[in-house]
Design a protein around this ligand. Structure first.
Ligand code: CP
Length: 305
């Protein structure tokens, strides 16, 4: 039977995403019910780029389902360092594991992987392109915190050019009703044109600004992002832009009481530590939710009932 993969958030319909969120919520409420669902199954985590949350939450997800994990956390400790191609690595690991979560610095690498895989592949981040499982985590968090995914004004702030989490989140949220995006970035780090063209084609409202305070009082969700140092060609540009936005208590003065502040993490300087005590800061809850939505995804792709 043909395997199903998750490479782009569009690989799952809105209904399928809503179902994954339902399962994740059920797992949160009934953890014991799921603790042997993947007995005898193995997840491989192939991380050619650094990660804390995505790799460890995938591994935690499989362990909490009763399965086992294997893998590597940097390309230098795999035979990639000896010149092995991605397609050969994937072909081999498919014989060692039932499902693969992979992160790669090259955009499109997961598309190469699926052509050579006999098991389901999950894109755990490809370059500055997509990060669909972060988006599933974000959607679960927004729906739990706000009680809805429709009728939201979402501010996305920081590196909208290279931020793969932003690209996947905009794609996913564009499928819900009455969404407005406030795109807050320095001019050099604006959302790519191809994404804005997609928003225009689908008649989704968006505003571009460089000013984080201007629309603060209108936001239901503020999604902060790190300036993606690893995607810059020129260190001087990175140093000039890295502290462009620093969210402080003072900047939140005009924000709504029921705003939620998200960040895919890791954070560098873009959210001051003092904001962590604000009850609207939900980025650590967001990171915890990553385990449950990934449990739901593994169950789905392995077709475990
Ligand atoms: N949010 C996220 O992808 O974090 P890591 O890079 O630590 O996996």
């Amino acid at each position: 039977m043909k395997n199903r993969h998750l490479i782009d958030i569009k690989d799952f319909s809105k209904k399928e995403i809503d179902d994954l969120i339902k399962v994740a919520n059920d797992i949160i409420d009934n953890r014991d019910k799921y603790s042997h669902k993947c007995d005898g199954k193995i997840l491989a985590t192939l991380f050619f780029e650094p990660s804390t949350r995505t790799r460890l939450s995938f591994e935690s997800a499989m362990l909490r389902l009763g399965g086992k994990v294997l893998g590597f956390s940097e390309a230098s400790s795999s035979s990639t360092a000896k010149g092995e191609t991605l397609s050969d690595t994937i072909r081999v690991v498919g014989g060692y594991a039932d499902i693969i979560a992979m992160r790669h610095p090259k955009e499109g690498a997961p598309t190469v992987a699926i052509k050579n895989s006999i098991v389901p592949i999950i894109n755990a981040g490809d370059g500055g392109h997509n990060h669909p499982t972060q988006t599933l985590t974000d959607l679960l968090t927004i729906s739990r915190e706000k009680g809805r995914l429709d009728n939201l004004t979402i501010g996305l702030c920081g590196d909208l050019k290279f931020g793969r989490t932003v690209h996947s989140l905009i794609t996913a949220m564009s499928r819900y009703k009455n969404i407005t995006f406030i795109l807050i970035s320095p001019n050099e780090l604006k959302l790519p044109d191809y994404m804005k063209e997609e928003l225009e084609k689908n008649k989704i409202k968006y505003i571009e600004t460089t000013n984080i305070e201007k629309y603060m009082n209108e936001l239901d969700v503020l999604y902060m992002t790190r300036v993606q140092k690893e995607r810059f060609f020129n260190e001087e540009d990175y140093l000039r832009l890295k502290d462009y936005y620093i969210l402080t208590k003072d900047k939140l003065k005009t924000a709504q009481k029921n705003l939620i502040i998200l960040h895919p993490l890791p954070r560098v300087t873009e959210i001051a530590k003092e904001v962590d005590d604000d009850k609207r800061a939900k980025y650590f809850e967001q990171a915890y939710n990553g385990v449950y939505i990934r449990m739901a995804l593994i169950l789905n792709l392995l077709e475990v009932k």
